[in-house]
Design a binder for this molecule. Sequence first.
Ligand code: ZN
Length: 61
Amino acid sequence: MCPKCVSDDISIREYDFGPCQQTGYRDAGEWFTCRACGAEGDVGELERGLAARRATFASSG
Ligand SMILES: [Zn+2]
């Protein structure tokens, strides 16, 4: 679910840039693109959007 427009029309693709030259850590993961509003970011953002939505529901009763 898109954290900006709350659309479910999201495409997710894996990325892998290999080891970072500065940190040595592997720069890889999953990246989402919202087809509704064009927002994109790490898939972790999607889970944060879900948590925020649940909190809203809980507070509204
Ligand atoms: Zn969106």
